[in-house]
Every structure is written in C-alpha cells, then in structure tokens.
Design a protein around this ligand. Structure first.
Ligand code: ZN
Length: 126
C-alpha cells in the first residue's frame, strides 16, 4: 500500500537550510488586471477556471489533401499581434469549449461564444 504523504527530502540539513522555496509561475502569467472570461453558460469567471486549448482559426484539411497541408495543420501556428480567436476550456465550470476573441497585445476580450457555434458557422461558410 502506497503512502499518501510525500517522502522526506534526502538532502542534507545544510543543503535544505541553504535553499529557498521557489514557487512556479502559472503557465499563463499576465501582468495588470486579472483577465476574466464571460462564459455564455456560467457568467463572468476568473481566468483560473479556464484552460487555453489553442488556435480556433485552424481548419482541418480534406482527407486527400497533400502531406504539406497536414504538416501545416498539425504543427504550424500563427503568432498574431492583435485580435485572435482561441479555444478555451471551462474545466472548473460547465466544461464547455469556448471560442474567445482576444487581443493578444492588450488581453482585451472582445467576445466569447460556445465552440459548437463556431464549427456550425465554419460548415455553413464552406
Ligand atoms: Zn462555463
């Protein structure tokens, strides 16, 4: 049976006393006012409830598309300065996937909508 408690440090007493604890930064560190997202299902919530899940503008190529198209789809992403659509997952809330239109230079959020609605629009445009 495994213990639930962490194991004790094996460092010497001198080594333990000479080091300071360091706290890791959040993967998303934004200076200034705390960014909040207005989930269409839950209302305005702290960014900590959400997880960034990638570029929402990338479209899957056709199954018979050349390999270069698939390489671009899988590996290449734009790094835009300005308004951009991103997928965010509300893991600590309704667990919905959202499309957030955000300015990458100011972090101002211009709109949030359910991701399902985005894919519906993409299908009707093509
Ligand atoms: Zn939500």
């Amino acid at each position: 049976m495994r213990s639930q408690r962490p194991t004790a440090s094996t460092a010497s007493a001198a080594a333990r006393s000479s080091t300071k604890k360091a706290w890791a930064h959040s993967p998303i560190y934004i200076e200034g006012p705390v960014m909040r997202l207005n989930c269409p299902h839950c209302g305005e919530r702290s960014l900590e409830e959400f997880t960034y899940r990638g570029d929402a503008t990338v479209r899957r190529p056709a199954l018979d598309a050349p390999a270069e198209s698939w390489v671009d789809y899988v590996y290449l992403r734009e790094n835009p300065a300005g308004r951009h659509e991103e997928y965010w997952y509300h893991g600590a809330g309704c667990r919905a996937w959202l499309v957030v239109e955000r300015d990458t230079t100011t972090h101002m959020v211009h709109g949030v909508r359910p991701a399902g609605a985005a894919s519906e629009n993409a299908r009707s445009e093509s």
